[in-house]
Design a protein around this ligand. Structure first.
Ligand code: FES
Length: 178
């Protein structure tokens, strides 16, 4: 390779490497220490605080310490919900930060975005085929066709942000088809 070609190749590598790193970080699974941020809307990318979470479902993506938001996959999207803490089962409480939980938005049936929320019953509902999941009780299936619960992302609250403190509680989304 001639000197000019080497310089050009080096320059290209210098550009591609950071971009490639960014793409990897953006598609990586949530990591311990990530902060939950608004997924959509005017405040997309800003940290979620408790006063943002009322009776409505709020979609979030985790943001790494480098500021990269892991937003390239539905499998990283969670619903942040405020529920009746006293009504939670122990299984749910283990993933919660007080009354707040972060539940995978990827349906375990065929992978639609679970976007329906019934605060009166504590159930998430998938619009595609009507599966419902009881968030108060480990996101168990209340109504199919889904057969597996949704995954929780364990969180804690501190310094006015919600942080990820562990891996998803189970496989996210539908089971793979072999
Ligand atoms: S994809 Fe959610 S119920 Fe079918």
């Amino acid at each position: 390779m001639k000197r000019r070609q080497i310089i050009a190749a080096s320059a290209a590598a210098a550009i591609v490497t950071p971009l490639a790193g960014f793409a990897v970080a953006a598609s990586a699974k949530p990591q311990i220490g990530d902060v939950l941020t608004h997924a959509f809307g005017d405040r997309a990318g800003s940290a979620i605080v408790p006063m943002d979470v009322f009776d409505e479902l709020l979609f979030a993506f985790p943001m790494g310490p480098d500021g990269v938001i892991r937003s390239t996959s539905l499998h990283n999207q969670v619903s942040v919900l405020r529920v009746d803490e006293a009504a939670m089962t122990d299984k749910t409480r283990r993933y919660a930060a007080g009354p707040y939980v972060a539940v995978s938005a990827a349906c375990t049936h065929t992978g639609c975005e679970v976007s329906g929320w019934r605060p009166d019953t504590g159930e998430l509902e998938c619009p595609c085929h009507g599966s419902r999941f009881n968030v108060l009780d480990a996101a168990r299936v209340v109504n199919g066709p889904a057969t597996r619960p949704l995954a929780y992302l364990p969180i804690e609250f501190g310094d006015n942000v919600f942080r990820v403190v562990g891996k998803f509680s189970r496989r996210v989304g539908p089971a793979p088809v072999y």
